[in-house]
Design a protein around this ligand. Sequence first.
Ligand code: SF4
Length: 465
Amino acid sequence: MLLDLAAALSLPGIADRDFHELSKARWQAAAKALGAQLETPQAQRDVQARGVVVGKTDAAARPLRLESLPLLLGAPPPASEGLQLVAFATTLANADPDAPGWLREVPDALSGVSWSSWAELSPATAQRLGVKAGDLLMLRTGDGTAELPLAINPALHEDAVAVPRDAPELRMLGALGRSVRAERTGKTFALPLTGHASQEGRDLARVISSGGELKREHGHEEGGTLASPHEHPKHRWSMSIDLDKCTGCQACVVACYAENNLPVMGAQAAREGRLMAWLRIQRSVEPGPTPEATRIAVLPSLCQHCDAAPCEPVCPVYATYHTPEGLNAQVYNRCIGTRYCANNCPYDARVFNWKDPVFVEPLQMQLNPDVSVRSKGVMEKCTFCVQRIRYAEGAARDEGREVRDGDVTPACVQTCPAQALVFGDAKDPHARVVAQQQDGRAYRLLEEVNTLPAIAYLARRGGQP
Ligand code: SF4
């Protein structure tokens, strides 16, 4: 990532080097300082594999100084006055006009911005400059100028202006660490912003201290459901989501777009809150007294496949219903688009087709033939990749056996690099998902509304509960 940044900014002496070359040179320098030799390629590989050079040194231990990082990368010394320009990495490419639609549409996990470049300021700095979110900001360095819409980031240092590293505007402003003047232009820009960055005190993304226990003040109320719980004679498909592992990278969200033929809707739809994602990363950025004390949480959010689903009894045409395998299913060609179900879903899991989808080249070539393309006027949402469930059931039947744990892997579960998601049959006592759901950190989202979700979240450890 740092090398990518260096290349984007054409930092002298580092921009043209690849990681292998750079790491080899660093190990050789470290070995030389300790009087060791790394002459053969095997010796170099050994030291890389071990991760240390063994030798003698009389130097006192020196702590890593993070503020030295730009200098290590060859950036000029920090500005002595004014704001300082910093670039940050996003896992998506919202600010890159040449990136594929999926990567521009899925919002940046922390700011919620899609389809645009933007600049970030701390709330205190924005107030000092008399600007607010959505104002166009003029940034000036000795090298150039750029106009960028403003997003407020409570976790940002008051002396910094932060710009995504894939924003073309970054190049106009020159190297990182430059002194930068930020001015109000008096113009505004409707930033394509999605989601709501607060949990509103509802403790959705829960955190426990290391070794601590989950407090369970708002449990499920026995007998408090509107509908009677269902029988699941064979399977009850379920998921667990470990918040200790989830990094908010959104690979799962993009995988869901690809697997389930989700259309890319564009910037205007993002402004109107009409993106079609079945799975989103719900962000929560709760400001503290200092930028460092800002509490940030991410929560993968999708249909909870409730046993007592509030969406089901309100559908006048029975387009949404509970299957014997515990899925909350949606019959598209029965839906008449009243949207009562979406209004009654406490998890905001349902999305409505305001237009017929358009799959811009080359995305029309990758549509999944096992999943229908929905049309204008119908409601849709996560199905736990029911097509993959049916495929695994068919394969097991052909082989004359029962479905085994691990046979069904929804696209999000398959793609998550942190393996934060586990899917399986809650009726199989040996399934991994059952063990996860019995973990002391497991809880259900908004348990107190008595929807009996099929998804259990595992609280993040080691934070301030
Ligand atoms: S669940 Fe996995 S893929 Fe999805 S955002 Fe979290 S870490 Fe990334």
